[in-house]
Design a protein around this ligand. Structure first.
Ligand SMILES: *Cc1c(COP(=O)(O)O)cnc(C)c1O
Length: 373
C-alpha cells in the first residue's frame, strides 16, 4: 500500500524529546516553545509567534487577535476546511462565502467585494493545497474597506507570493503542524504577526486571558490553547530540515506534474507565474467529460493499493452549518464541481519516483477502463 501521507522524522526529534524528559520540562512552560516560536516566525518573516495546540485553535486565536467579535462578518472561501467557519462562529461572527477559482482552487478574489457589508470585519485568505491566494488585489480591497486580513497558512509552509512568504503578507496568519503538514509537531499550531498589539491579544487568548498585572483576574474569556514543550521539541527538530522538506515537495510535485501531463481528462493545480507553490498535496481534478466522480476513482485506486483522499466539501453544504441558519440555498458551482471531481494522490515526502510512476500508471488504467470516452 502506498500511503497517502506520512511525516518524515529522524533522530533529532528523539534527541530533543529526551531533553524534555531529562529536564522535566514537559508542559507549555518549557524553553523549546519560545524557541520554536522565534525560529518559525523568523523563517516566515514575522516578528511574533504564538504557539498553540492545533491549527483550528490558531485560526480562532488569530481572528480574536484581529478584533473579530460578535456580529461581525468574515469573508472566506466556500472551498475550505470547517475550521475556518468554526473560528468565526465561536467568536459570535458570521462566515460569508465566496466561490473558488477554477485553476488554483483558491478563493476567487474578484467575488470578495460583492460580499462586503457594514458588518464585515475581516477577510480570511486560505491558501489551498500549497498554492498561494492572489494576495495583491485582496489587499487592495481590504485597505479600501478597512478590513483585517487573516491568512490560513496551514497548507503553505514555505510557499511564496511574488517573493513574499505566505503567512507574512496579511495582518496575521494561522498555521497547523498536524502530522500531514509540511512540518509537524504531531498536533500543534501557531499564530504569526508583526503587529505587537495583535500578538499580545493572541498570547492572552491562548492562556485563559490572564492579566499580567493581576493573576487570576480576568476581563475576557480565553482558552487553554497552549502548546507543550514536547510538541515544540518535535517542531524544532523539524525546523532544521524545513528547507529540505520544501525542496522534496517541489521536486516530487514537478515529477507528478510531468507524469500526469499526458493523461487526458486530468487537471492539476496550476502554479501561477507569481507563485512558488509547495505541493502540500498532489491533487488532481477529473474532467467532467470522463463521467467519473472522484469516489469511483479513489475506490479503484484503493484496490490497486494506492491511498488517496477526497477534496473538501463546500462549507455551504455542511448540515451542521445549515442548522445554524447559514448558507441555506447558497450555491458555489466551482466548489461543488471540484468537491465531486477532486482527489489527492499519495503525497508523503518519503515517496519514491518509482512509486509515483506506479500511481500514474494505475490512474491511467483506471481512466482507460472506467471512463466513458
Ligand atoms: C489542517 C488545516 C487546518 C486545521 O489544522 P488542525 O491542526 O488540524 O486543527 C486549518 N486550515 C487548513 C487550510 C488546514 O489544511
Amino acid at each position: 500500500m502506498i500511503p497517502v501521507n506520512l511525516p518524515l522524522l529522524n533522530g533529532k526529534e528523539k534527541e530533543f524529546l529526551d531533553k524534555c524528559i531529562e529536564t522535566g520540562w514537559i508542559s507549555s512552560d518549557g524553553p523549546f516553545v519560545s524557541e520554536f516560536e522565534r525560529k518559525f516566525g523568523n523563517f516566515i518573516g514575522t516578528n511574533h509567534g504564538i504557539a498553540v495546540c492545533n491549527g483550528t485553535a490558531a485560526l480562532e486565536t488569530a481572528l480574536f487577535a484581529a478584533g473579530v467579535e460578535k456580529g461581525n462578518e468574515v469573508i472566506m472561501p466556500s472551498f475550505t476546511i470547517i475550521s475556518c467557519a468554526l473560528a468565526a462562529i465561536r467568536l459570535g461572527a458570521v462566515p460569508v462565502l465566496v466561490d473558488a477559482e477554477p485553476d488554483t482552487w483558491n478563493m476567487d478574489v474578484s467575488q470578495i467585494e460583492f460580499r462586503i457589508t457594514s458588518k464585515t470585519k475581516a477577510i480570511m485568505a486560505v491558501h489551498i493545497y500549497g498554492h498561494p491566494v492572489d494576495m495583491d488585489p485582496l489587499l487592495v480591497i481590504a485597505k479600501k474597506h478597512n478590513l483585517v486580513v487573516v491568512e490560513d497558512a496551514a497548507e503553505v509552509h514555505g510557499a511564496e507570493y511574488k517573493g513574499r512568504k505566505c503567512g507574512s503578507i496579511g495582518d496575521i496568519s494561522a498555521w497547523s503542524f498536524y502530522a500531514n503538514k509540511i512540518i509537524t509537531t504531531g498536533e500543534g499550531g501557531m499564530v504569526l504577526t508583526s503587529n505587537a498589539k495583535m500578538a499580545e491579544r493572541a498570547s492572552s487568548y491562548r492562556n485563559l486571558c490572564f492579566r499580567p498585572e493581576k493573576r487570576f483576574y480576568h476581563t475576557q474569556l480565553g482558552y487553554n490553547f497552549r502548546m507543550t514543550n514536547m510538541q515544540a521539541a518535535i517542531g524544532l527538530a523539524q525546523m532544521e530540515r524545513i528547507e529540505e522538506f520544501i525542496q522534496i515537495k517541489r521536486r516530487l510535485g514537478e515529477y507528478y506534474r510531468k507524469g500526469l501531463m499526458d493523461i487526458k481528462g486530468i487537471k492539476v493545480q496550476e502554479e501561477k507565474d507569481w507563485a512558488k507553490m509547495v505541493y502540500w498535496m498532489y491533487c488532481i481534478e477529473l474532467d467532467d467529460q470522463l463521467g467519473l466522480d472522484a469516489d469511483i476513482v479513489m475506490a479503484e485506486l484503493k484496490k490497486k493499493g494506492i491511498g488517496t483522499r477526497p477534496f473538501f466539501l463546500g462549507l455551504h453544504v455542511q448540515p451542521a452549518l445549515h442548522d445554524l441558519g447559514l448558507f441555506k440555498n447558497e450555491h458555489y458551482p466551482v466548489t461543488e464541481r471540484i468537491s465531486r471531481l477532486g482527489l489527492y494522490l499519495p503525497s508523503g515526502m518519503a515517496l519514491k519516483e518509482k512509486e509515483i510512476d506506479e500511481v500514474v500508471e494505475a490512474l491511467k488504467c483506471v481512466i482507460t477502463d472506467k471512463a466513458n470516452v
